[in-house]
Design a protein around this ligand. Sequence first.
Ligand code: NAD
Ligand code: UDX
Length: 472
Amino acid sequence: MVDVKSICCIGAGYVGGPTCAVIAYKCHNIKVTIVDLNQARIDAWNSDKLPIYEPGLEEVVFDRRGKNLFFTTDVDAAIEEADLIFVSVNTPTKKTGMGAGMAADLAYIEGATRRIAEVATRSKIVVEKSTVPCRTAESMRTILEANSTGSIHFDILSNPEFLAEGTAIKDLLNPDRVLIGALQTPEGISAQKSLAAVYQNWVPEDRVITTNLWSSELSKLAANALLAQRISSINALSAICEATGADVDEVAYACGRDSRLGSKFLKASVGFGGSCFQKDILNLVYLSQQLNLPEVADYWQQVVIMNEYQKKRFVRKIISTLFNTITNKRIAVLGFAFKKDTGDTRESAAITLIKDFIDENAHVAIYDPKVEHEQIYMDLAEPGVVDNRKQLEKRISICADAYEACKGADAVVIVTEWDEFKSDQLDYQRIYDNMHKPAFLFDGRLLLDAAQIRAIGFKVHIIGKNELAGTA
Ligand code: NAD
Ligand code: UDX
């Protein structure tokens, strides 16, 4: 078993950065070097303003940076020095070619793997941290073995990451489990023990799960598919609630009290976003298709179909409520991130909604507490939304706070569940006073106290709730 003293992490993103910063924080005797090809990102990691917003991240990074935690673009030197290398690069959905729109693009994984093979002059443990299709480790091993010289040996481990954005540091400091998959050979098991020993500096032994390599790879896709499936299930029920007068929060609570079901991840919403759920389910769908399991593929695909339906259903409700037209109306969108406590906008429901509002010729006023303004322009200027920046600037305003966004609005739409949008945090009377009447409010996050908001005078629609609920 190797006593790991030096770790390199390839990929300084939302996963590589926080994950390896926490390892440095908890293991002062291990030198951790996080590398990336993106100079701007590395510069930001070395500055006072980190490239990602995550509660608790600054404390961890500022505590260890320059001591046993380093950020650099010198990929080769870090590979050469490391006993263990995490590969934590992006694995986005392929945009073109075979499997486009479904399969994971493994070009970054392959690029990083080839680099390790070219640079390493001694044996290494190579760890898949990225989320990958089942059996990717086999391709990595083939590349490493074919490109390395005689005496060097590589062990490949799968150690998928289960952190959620917004709670990443909390999740990393106190994980439900750490999963480490390895080939069940003496070398594989020994490498598995080496990585387990790193985590056991702060994670209780019984939370470190060891499995075979393929179970570990598949468990990551499976966990995300199961979580997303719960959200699509409650969102499907939210449509029934709106049509019947049942209340989706009450249904979720009543179901969640069954200990077999559990209460988490049953919050109805305007649809799940984030860089993982859709990508990983599509990955599973593609894998099922490749394995000639069409019924299995269709089953998982339905989770994504329901998510798209939920977003479109919400938009249709907004347009029909606003007398079937939002042309030249001001729609205030509160929240642009895919969830609270992050500045990440990848696959955010806000993007789909705002695109639809723009298509209907509305003017959209956007406020989010953490998302950079330039990021909003980039997301909305994607081809198919509004290609031209000047045109886009005429159609949207990015505001400094919620009051500015809502001023003169015909409707307010809550898309992200930021605490500051709650009924007791924002002055909804002030918002109402400054809006066109009738003043409509659409809550896509079940954030508001409907009775309180209605008492002000708002016409309110909350996802999964029917205005006539409670009446005969
Ligand atoms: P990201 O895009 O934020 O970061 C990936 C980084 O890797 C980028 O900065 C990129 O420049 C860098 N990179 C790519 N190829 C490189 C190379 N050859 N050498 C050096 N750097 C290279 O992505 P992320 O959100 O951190 O996700 C990384 C992986 O983790 C993905 O597979 C994702 O599915 C998985 N994951 C993400 C989350 C999440 O919450 N974001 C959670 C669990 C798992
Ligand atoms: C997810 C997984 O939770 C995490 O384990 C994995 O490592 C990466 O993918 P993340 O996407 O960061 O994490 O956030 P998560 O909290 O899972 O939320 C994803 C989306 O689902 C968000 O848009 C969130 O608002 C939405 N959601 C979540 C709901 O709509 N309802 C819920 O009950 C929970």
